[in-house]
Ligand binder design. Structure first.
Ligand SMILES: *Cc1c(COP(=O)(O)O)cnc(C)c1O
Length: 469
């Protein structure tokens, strides 16, 4: 594909991104006078109703983690009660401060902190997994600069770690050192050992990683970090609210949290399997001295004494209230029951994929099931799944796809429908030899340095499209 062919791809993407252009008015400036509120509500209800079946009927990978109508109504009620709250103004909303402190405490206690665990575990609420990761990486950078005089910081990041780590590296001027994976798709500990230098500020591991749902050897990696006196971050964005319960249910869960002495920080997403509304995550630290580096403070600003714990200034207190309410509504038992349903569904889907001879499962996953093929173009299989209504995640290096199982898929019949649709998708691709998925040529370009730039250009143009009214 040439750079000039991008126009064609962009046109297709634009049509997909803007399905309402012909049917609904586009606002490129404010309406001269306000529209009736009832009319606005009606239009938004119409669009939401169009979009709901896909996720509510379990066709999406990840995306909506609970999605039960009763739980949604409960969260909406909580939002309505707290819609004006802003934790930046604790004198007005001490309730928001209470909710956030308790979200952090409950999450910490679940992951090896608190009473009976490491009592110094502390943290803050952030807006999502990416912010939690960005905050932790910047904290390590600033701590290493202050305490060890490191001006050329490096972080050791397994190839399977979330893009948020590379984002942190780009934003904060940290060099990413890639840790290769073993044949089981877990980070290679011996390779990591050989990559530590005097400039290494933190080693990263995922429990589990986004692409393959595989848990890195956190115990060994965190011991390596401890031996060098550097930080170790467990990315538990996906697993924070599943693994503690999987362990209690008797699944094979290796150590991943603060019970391991080398683990110095953890990110855990309340807005994924914590079943909170989108917009919260927790970043935890083993000790308060490290958390200090995360805070922004100004003693001299003309606007007065100023402190904020995360990147934002004003923040939505209602979103934190929803998170707190979700955690209380589930409790340990509620999360355990949910985890059981998700893990059992994951096992059904994994067995289903394994029953298709042309496909194989990557690694030894529990509920994020990635599959690849040595015989067929897996992106063509993904296209066939899209035609059957599914929205799966495409992966690369190697070409693969995954489904992240949520409570939506534990509804009766959904896992069986997935396996049946996947079986017929594979058959369809097999019967049309040479079929390439629509993403295959694009993914094909990311492997080579001379064409990778074209894909990066495409991503930038996608960004432009997203904000083109
Ligand atoms: C989702 C996820 C993230 C990023 O979280 P966002 O909430 O999308 O910002 C990071 N790591 C892992 C393993 C994830 O699954």
């Amino acid at each position: 594909m040439e750079s000039s062919d991008l126009d064609f791809v962009v046109e297709i993407l634009e049509a997909e991104l803007r399905p309402y252009r012909d049917s609904h008015q586009t606002y490129r400036q404010l309406p001269a006078t306000g529209r009736p509120r009832a009319e606005i509500l009606a239009e938004m209800r119409e669009l939401a109703t169009l979009e709901e079946p896909k996720w509510s009927e379990g066709f999406a990978s990840g995306a909506v983690y609970h999605g039960g109508p009763e739980h949604i109504s409960f969260l909406n009620e909580v939002y309505a009660i707290n819609s004006q709250a802003n934790p930046l103004h604790p004198e007005l909303w001490p309730s928001a401060v209470k909710y956030e402190a308790e979200i952090v405490a409950m999450t910490g206690a679940m992951l090896g902190g608190g009473e009976g665990g490491v009592p110094s575990v502390c943290g803050t609420v952030s807006s999502g997994g990416t912010e939690s990761i960005l905050l932790a990486m910047r904290t390590y950078r600033d701590r290493a600069a202050a305490e060890r005089g490191i001006s050329d910081p490096e972080m050791l990041v397994p190839l399977s770690a979330h893009a948020a780590f590379d984002k942190a590296a780009q934003y904060f001027g940290i060099r990413t050192v890639a840790v290769p994976l073993g044949p089981d798709w877990r980070a290679d500990v011996e390779a990591a050992r050989s990559l530590v230098t005097d400039n290494t500020i933190v080693i990263v591991g995922s429990a589990p990683g986004f692409p393959h749902g595989v848990i890195d050897p956190i115990e060994e990696l965190s011991e390596l970090a401890r031996a060098h006196g550097i930080g170790f971050h467990t990315d538990c964005c996906l697993g924070g609210f599943v693994l503690p319960w999987a362990e209690k249910l008797g699944y094979p869960v290796p150590g991943f949290d603060f019970r391991l002495p080398g683990v110095t920080s953890i990110s855990a997403d309340t807005h994924k399997f914590g079943f909170a509304a989108k917009g919260t995550s927790v970043v935890l630290y083993r000790d308060r001295d490290t958390r200090q580096y995360q805070y922004y403070r100004s003693a001299t600003w003309m606007g007065g004494l100023y402190y904020s714990p995360t990147f934002a200034g004003s923040r939505p207190g209602a979103i934190s209230a929803e998170c707190w309410a979700a955690m209380l509504a589930f409790g340990e038992e509620g999360y355990l029951v949910a985890a059981k349903a998700i893990l059992e569904t994951g096992a059904v889907i994994r067995r289903g994929v394994e029953s298709i001879p042309e496909l194989y499962v990557l690694g030894d996953p529990l509920w994020v099931i990635a599959f690849a093929s040595d015989e067929l173009d897996v992106y063509a299989v993904m296209d066939q799944m899209s035609q059957r209504g599914w929205s799966l995640n495409g992966l690369q290096q190697p070409p693969a796809a995954h489904i992240c199982v949520t409570l939506r898929h534990s509804q009766p019949g959904i896992a069986d429908r997935f396996v049946a649709d996947l079986t017929s998708s594979v058959e369809a691709v097999r019967e049309l030899p040479g079929t390439q998925g629509s993403m295959a040529p694009i993914y094909g370009m990311t492997g080579a340095v001379n064409t990778r730039g074209t894909v990066e250009e495409l991503l930038a143009r996608y960004g432009d499209l997203q904000f083109k009214a």
